[in-house]
Design a protein around this ligand. Structure first.
Ligand code: AMP
Ligand code: GLY
Length: 430
């Protein structure tokens, strides 16, 4: 069967790498891909948000499965588009329809869903410009820090943690009045700040049954010690040492099951990944957010630990046999480090030659994100550029290998965090 992977990040490079290992996968295409994805699949230079163009490509190349990486394409309704057409509806799309994607596409929808189905989460209220004054009053009476979120998709930049009323009022004005994220911030969610340790849990679900994938922890801040601006993610660790059976049972009972029951009660069909961002507060899980896709860089740490055939898992998703799918997982620890362009997540220069990938040991996986080939020269072409993932019997071993591989890859002003996993090491010592 021919498969199309949609996206251009290291997540999609890792998906193509993993699918390539399946004997059931014939041709793999990646749209739009990057300089690394062509190692495992043919690059399809098409506009991924032009569904007519995508449909033509899928028909021309006899593609039977589409694996969607990024959220925008799902929120824009790629799955609905294929289901609507007599000629395309048999194609297996891994990713929810628009209705399911709203769990990520609207924070207000996500929070009201969590509340309705009694899933533990931070207390909140939603406001639009029409009730701006109420929002101001609400902030005046709130405890600090407080969290203010743009309702819609904002490329990971729509969450502000305000330390005091001044910062909160500034954020409110910026989002709601100045429409910092356009329509995505015409509504905001104001919620209680949760203090704990974060972990990301992933399932693949058909809306009824699910397969629990390995969990991961990502590192969102640009600076060491979790300081500075938020990024798409600077590294990841899987498994996460504090996630034991007791915690995971709570997540299943209090979060995963009520989520699936809620989707069924709302008559929202769902076939795809669900990424549940959790805060563990003294061992109790609270939902921070849902994402309707895999995480990046979490995927680069999770997929190397999955021994099962990914293609077979996707087939089980569509033929109703996910409930009996037995996932085989490598018990070792995977550590992923993201190499980024100096200046990211603010301004940075592109087009610098990347060298040293050939010096990375064979057993370390290199996945590309913002890379491009210019006259056979590999150059940086985005903020987040390359990930390296190493497996080890301990977290320290995995990290030592990943960090030394990161050091081997160079370009002018490249930057990476040397302290991925620092907080988990502290927990291990206690
Ligand atoms: P989100 O886009 O909702 O995942 O938020 C991005 C990041 O902001 C999360 O990964 C958390 O680190 C942080 N965050 C979001 N909501 C809260 C909250 N209620 N309390 C504490 N931190 C939060
Ligand atoms: N690494 C966080 C995300 O993919 O949303």
């Amino acid at each position: 069967m021919n498969v199309l992977v949609i996206g251009s990040g290291a997540r999609e490079h890792a998906l193509a790498w993993k699918l390539r290992q399946s004997e059931y996968c014939d041709k793999i295409f990646v749209a739009p891909g990057n300089a690394g994805t062509c190692e495992f699949g043919t690059t399809a230079c098409i506009d991924i948000n032009d569904f007519d163009e995508l449909a033509k490509f899928v028909t021309d190349f006899d593609i039977m499965m589409i694996v969607v990486g990024p959220e925008n394409t799902l929120v824009e309704g790629i799955h609905d588009y294929f289901l609507r057409s007599e000629y395309l509806k048999h194609i297996l799309v891994v990713g929810p329809t628009k209705a399911g994607a709203l769990l990520e596409g609207s924070k207000d929808f996500c929070k009201s869903f969590l509340k309705k189905y009694n899933i533990p989460t931070a207390r909140y209220r939603a406001f639009t410009e029409a009730n701006y004054r109420d929002a101001v009053e609400y902030l005046k009476n709130h405890t600090y820090p407080v969290v203010i979120k743009a309702d819609g998709l904002a490329a990971g930049k729509g969450v502000i943690i305000a330390q005091n009323l001044d910062e909160a009022l500034y954020a409110l004005e910026d989002l709601l009045r100045n429409k910092r994220f356009g329509n995505a911030s015409s509504k905001v969610v104001i919620e209680e700040y949760l203090s704990g340790i974060e972990v990301s849990v992933f399932i693949l679900t058909d809306g009824k049954d699910y397969v629990l994938l390995p969990e991961a922890k990502d590192y969102k801040r640009i600076g060491e010690g979790d300081s500075g601006l938020n990024t798409g993610g600077m590294g990841a660790i899987s498994p996460v040492p504090f996630v034991d059976e007791v915690f995971m049972q709570k997540v299943k009972d209090r979060v995963i099951l009520p989520t699936l029951q809620g989707l069924q009660a709302e008559k929202i069909p769902y076939t795809g990944f669900l990424f549940i961002g959790l805060m563990s507060i003294n061992g109790e899980p609270y939902v921070i957010e849902y994402n309707v896709r895999l995480g990046d860089p979490e995927t680069e740490a999770i997929l190397p630990r999955i021994k099962s055939d990914l293609f077979e898992m996707f087939r089980a998703l569509h033929d109703g046999s996910l409930g009996s799918f037995k996932l085989e997982v490598d018990p070792r620890t995977a550590a992923t480090v993201f190499l980024v362009s100096g200046g990211y997540p603010e301004g940075f220069e592109k087009g610098k030659e990347i060298t040293g990938i050939e010096n990375v040991p064979q057993d370390v996986l290199v996945f590309h994100a913002g890379t491009k080939l210019v006259d056979d020269k590999l150059v940086n072409n985005g903020g987040r550029v390359i990930t390296v993932t190493a497996l080890g019997d301990t977290m320290d071993e995995a990290l030592a290998k990943a960090n030394s591989a990161a050091e081997a890859i160079k370009w002018q002003d490249r930057y990476y965090r040397h302290d991925i996993g620092f907080d988990l090491k502290r927990l291990e010592v206690k």
